[in-house]
Design a protein around this ligand. Structure first.
Ligand SMILES: *Cc1c(COP(=O)(O)O)cnc(C)c1O
Length: 447
């Protein structure tokens, strides 16, 4: 029996895999489970020597390749100094430096960083902080939240309240205190003759109407700036963010930007919200949630950045007016150091500039896909390229995934949406491989 097969069998016997109907793996002719032996750059290799180009950055986390020499070196150095320490009553250099540098990246608009380990927790922290801020400032009735159709903010019970993906939510509906769901500015909703900006204006008008009627009880609106990734890479015009920011300000409601997926250069700017302006100035949210790419895909870490105003509303003698959220691994030193090494790479390699060329190269490489008769809604922003399949066959996403693996390609379509979201280190040859194999896989599945 091959080493691949042995590890696969042990995994199926002992590991409950995420976002997976395990029965699909257990069936004799079932979905493959790939035992990964090692990673290098954009490639993953199994025990039989098969390799796969990681076109989804290992669930959108890996920015600079697997086994990145610079992040490895930073982590080895950190291991020799301090691996972790309680962050209540203690502090350390990596967490201080990371907080300073992230704040600087927001133009110092968001001066305080609170840490957790996963994206869903960051969402919950932002929701709790927003409500607690209103409570501390004499508005305890502000307990409601708003989210957008198709939104995804994580899958814990609290985060599901502001997530609008039926597949993830319906089974747990009785456990959830749901938020109001408002129209999405998804540019694909444009009617004949409408532009993406028109759709944004329409969605913003619906937000405005809802705020006018209910603002007294609303704490915050949470949005995924520019791209709602998990619902199928739904992209919108930055104008929506500008109009939402202004409406939130008018009605005394916080704006939470969930950049867990779209932060760290993914959309062509360091943060996605930077592409929106208000009165000629860069838009800033009240809360910014970050995770995924923050450690370059090495270690679990998330953070919520917020303003001095919000932070100061928690300062008081009473413990109960302080923010009440305790997490054992808060501000883990190794994770913070991986994040610092990731920020170093952004600076040393001028990644944002380099990604423009990379995005163009992938766009060019998808020429045949873009003109394919079964492809519609081709769209691209920065390092996310996506398209939908007209009349996709049953179980399209699973079949595409499987056919891709047979062609040294790791892509996981969402419904009938195929997307590329690769690490930022692809060579020209790797770009060609990614685009060519995507086309071949599509043709095989549609045949
Ligand atoms: C992935 C994701 C989350 C949840 O992050 P986890 O670390 O998986 O809990 C939240 N919001 C967005 C936009 C995401 O893409």
């Amino acid at each position: 029996m091959s080493a691949n097969r042995r590890l696969l069998d042990r995994s199926l016997a002992a590991v409950w895999h995420p976002c997976t109907q395990m029965q699909h793996h257990l069936a004799a002719d079932g979905l493959p489970l790939i035992p990964v032996k090692s990673g290098e750059g954009a490639w993953l290799t199994d025990f039989d020597g098969h390799r796969y180009l990681d076109g989804v950055s290992s669930w959108w986390v890996n920015l600079f390749g697997h086994r990145n020499p610079r992040i490895n070196a930073a982590l080895k150095d950190q291991l020799e100094t301090l691996e972790h320490v309680i962050l209540a009553g203690f502090t350390h250099e990596p967490v201080v430096q990371l907080s300073e540098r992230l704040s600087a990246l927001t133009g110092s608009a968001l001066g305080h960083a609170f840490y957790a380990s996963d994206g869903a927790s960051a969402t919950e922290i932002a929701l709790k902080m927003s409500h607690h801020y209103w409570r501390n400032t004499g508005r305890p009735e502000k307990t409601d939240f708003l989210c957008l159709a198709g939104s995804y903010h994580g899958e814990t019970v609290g985060a599901l309240a502001v997530t609008d993906v039926a597949l993830f939510k319906d089974a747990y509906a009785p456990l959830i205190r749901p938020a109001a769901v408002l129209p999405s500015p998804d540019a694909r909703l444009a009617k004949d003759g409408e532009t993406a900006a028109d759709v944004a204006r329409r969605a913003a008008a619906a937000l405005e109407a809802h705020l006018e009627a209910h603002h007294g009880h609303i704490a915050a609106l949470i949005v995924e700036p520019l791209i709602q990734c998990a619902t199928g890479m739904a992209m919108h015009d930055p104008l929506y963010l500008s109009l939402a920011r202004q409406a939130c300000d008018r009605y005394g409601v916080h704006l939470i930007c969930d950049e867990i997926a779209v932060g760290f250069g993914r959309t062509g700017t360091f943060f996605a919200h930077e592409q929106a302006t208000v009165d000629g100035k860069t838009l800033r949210p009240d809360f910014l949630c970050l995770s995924k790419g923050i450690t370059g895909g090495y270690l679990p870490l998330s953070t919520v950045l917020t303003t001095d105003t919000i932070y100061e509303a928690f300062l008081d003698d009473a413990v109960t007016r302080g923010f009440l959220h305790s997490h054992s691994y808060t501000g883990n030193a190794l994770a913070c150091r991986a994040a610092l090494a990731t920020l170093d790479i952004f600076e040393q390699d001028e990644v944002i500039v380099a990604n423009r060329q990379l995005s163009e190269r992938l766009h060019d490489g998808l020429a045949q896909i873009r003109s394919h008769g079964r492809v519609e809604n081709y769209r691209r922003r920065g390092m996310i390229l996506a398209f939908d399949i007209k009349g996709a066959p049953a179980a399209f996403s699973r079949r595409f995934y499987q056919a891709g693996l047979e062609r040294e390609l790791l892509l996981r379509p969402i419904g009938n949406t195929v997307y590329l979201m690769p690490p930022y280190i692809l060579s020209e040859a790797e770009c060609r491989h990614l685009c060519q194999r995507t086309l071949e896989t599509l043709e095989a599945v549609l045949r």
